[in-house]
Design a protein around this ligand. Structure first.
Ligand code: OAD
Length: 247
């Protein structure tokens, strides 16, 4: 497995020749924008907050205002930050390769703000809302509320994200698996690969003959199975790839 400059050259070569690129991103791609990941031992959200209280339907039913306020503060944080060079590099890669499919587990909307198009937000988006009971979509909901407001149907409004124990949107899941099957190259950026079913997407790509490039400063569940591990932060590694890809 090559790393360093030789690894970047190899990634560029594969990207230049690929017909269908499948990209999966996770919290690591937004780290350099100032958004904490989930599983960092010290700063990670799940090191400091309890996912069962804050990211499950049961948690919301038990204490809707706590969950509402936590998401409200995360939304404020997202508004304060900007996409980083890793997000922008993926926008450039999308322009260069013939077929590009980006699935993100991130709910921060930063890929879209950077300019990526047709992004599949498989865990939803923190800035969209729906009602708890009937999933009625909600237009803009004001920030700073202490309690979740109510939908016209009477149900509480919640963020339109996927919580633990909930199914992902069927259509998005189907199109993501279909794209993973079709890809001849997969680029996996900034995810620990611990949350299913998103984590199995790179393996599906591999089983169908794709090469896998992983970009991450740390080894993950996927690293031993990937064809190229580019060890480093995506805000540095991806722009390096783009620079060489343009030459
Ligand atoms: P994790 O927090 O599990 O993993 C983040 C990954 O990013 C780790 O592998 C880090 O090594 C890596 N990383 C850190 N800094 C990086 C950088 N600058 N550049 C690139 N990579 C970096 O986050 P996810 O894998 O996204 O789901 O977590 C998956 C899901 O678990 C989330 O969508 C969320 C969470 O619980 C739900 O809330 C349903």
């Amino acid at each position: 497995m090559k790393t360093g400059a030789a690894g970047i050259e190899l990634a560029v070569d594969w990207l230049k020749n690929c017909k269908f690129l499948f990209v999966l991103t996770g919290a690591g791609v937004s780290k350099e924008s100032g958004i904490p990941t989930f599983r960092d031992a010290l700063e990670g959200l799940w090191a400091n907050y309890n996912p069962e209280e804050l990211a499950t339907p049961q948690g919301f039913k038990k204490n809707p205002s706590l969950v509402w306020q936590w998401y409200d503060s995360r939304r404020d944080k997202v508004k304060e930050v900007e996409p980083n060079p890793g997000h922008f590099a993926l926008v450039e890669i999308q322009k260069i390769v013939p077929n590009f499919f980006l699935v993100t587990q991130n709910v921060d909307g930063l890929h879209i703000r950077a300019g990526s198009t047709d992004v599949v937000e498989i865990h939803g988006n923190i800035s969209r809302f729906k009602c708890f009971d009937k999933h009625h979509e909600q237009a803009d909901v004001p920030g700073g509320l202490k309690e979740p407001p109510k939908c016209d149907c009477g149900s509480l409004i919640r963020p339109d994200v996927v919580w633990f124990g909930e199914a992902m949107p069927e259509k998005l899941l189907r199109s993501s698996f279909a794209a993973a099957e079709k890809a001849d190259l997969a680029l996996v950026v900034g995810t620990s690969g611990l949350v299913q079913p998103a984590a199995s997407l790179p393996f599906v790509a591999k089983q169908n003959g794709a090469r896998i490039i992983e970009v991450n400063p740390n080894r993950t569940e996927l690293t031993d199975s990937c064809d190229l591990f580019l060890e480093g932060p995506s805000g540095m590694v991806l722009p390096e790839i783009v620079e060489k890809l343009r030459r």
